[in-house]
Design a protein around this ligand. Structure first.
Ligand code: ZN
Length: 312
């Protein structure tokens, strides 16, 4: 099909969210503590709908079930990825996600969660937690049970344009003043280790200490981003990562570029600027899927784009 599938996002209010999804992206958000825009999502906890065209009003999950040809006929009971913009006005909990095998057994057959972050913006001096300092699994358990958080967590300075791949079993937290484009497996399973003793509606949020200890890998081994760069017309395409679940690319176009495409489908987020895709106007804050069989596409304008695809 030669039609882009523009998506209506779903918004999530959170105790740590802010109002940048409105201020920076112009979205109609439910409150000034909106933490997440589920931009491309077929997850049951927040399924996006198609905004226009042949399939206007369809849920992405329905399209996946009934028109698998739009996604190259690839297998799987659910649309595999979830694309989010995250506005962390305050710290997110220190957390970890299971892999597919652990989630299948312990979380009702849910997918595990591999995720990655592109830092769209952050406050000066902002930091982030990726990994831990324990030497082995016994030390992981001891530091967590004793609440030795300062010793345990690995804190890194963060800058606009940084990229992090977060594999299952990696302790992590997005912290205050960070705006992120997240590409992840379509999963909502989070094990919270520590929530800074915060209260939500007068109560602390649930922690999942035993499951966290189960899934945390030790010692922590950092993952380096790919970073391979290609010039195509007036665009520079940087491959950020390839893992068994997705490949993620950053594209900066200033002019015109025809991008080769034979993927089952491509998730595209316009994160800055405006222009056209094969003559169709697009702007900052738009998210769409390029369906199977669409073929090559031509970008024109000044745009900053993050896109992702899945292995066939
Ligand atoms: Zn996470």
């Amino acid at each position: 099909m030669r039609e882009l599938l523009f998506m209506n996002p779903v918004f999530k209010e959170t105790i740590w969210g802010g109002d940048r999804l409105k201020k920076d992206y112009g979205y109609d958000i439910p409150s000034d503590h909106t933490g997440e825009c589920w931009a491309i999502s077929a997850h049951p906890n927040g399924t996006g709908t198609v905004a226009s065209g042949t399939y206007a009003g369809w849920k992405l999950s329905e399209l996946w079930d009934k028109h698998r040809e739009l996604f190259g006929g690839i297998e799987g009971k659910e649309f595999p990825l979830l694309i989010k913009i995250i506005d962390a006005k305050a710290d997110l909990s220190i957390q970890v996600h299971p892999d597919d095998a652990y989630a299948a057994v312990n979380e009702n057959g849910s997918l595990g969660k591999t995720e990655c972050w592109y830092i769209l913006d952050c406050d000066p001096g902002a930091d982030i937690i990726v990994g831990h300092n324990a030497k082995n699994h016994e030390e992981v358990e001891e530091m967590i049970r004793d609440g030795k958080w300062d010793e345990f967590i690995r804190v890194l300075p963060v800058h606009k344009g940084d990229f992090f791949q977060i594999n299952p079993g990696t302790v992590h937290a997005i912290r205050t003043g960070t705006l992120i484009l997240e590409t992840q497996q379509s999963s909502d399973v989070t094990y919270r280790l520590y929530d800074y003793d915060r209260l939500q509606n007068g109560k602390p949020r649930e922690l999942h200490i035993d499951k966290s200890i189960d899934v945390i890998k030790a010692p922590f081994v950092p993952v380096t981003a790919d970073g391979e760069e290609t010039k195509v017309g007036d665009a520079t395409i940087t491959k950020l990562v390839t893992c068994p679940f997705y490949s993620v690319y950053k594209t900066c176009v200033n002019g015109r570029a025809t991008i080769k495409n034979d993927k089952p489908f491509v998730n595209v987020s316009i994160l800055d600027g405006e222009g056209t895709v094969d003559g169709v106007a697009v702007k900052k804050g738009d998210h769409f899927i390029i369906p199977a069989g669409y073929g090559d596409y031509t970008l024109e304008g000044n745009m900053f784009i993050i896109s992702s695809d899945v292995p066939r």
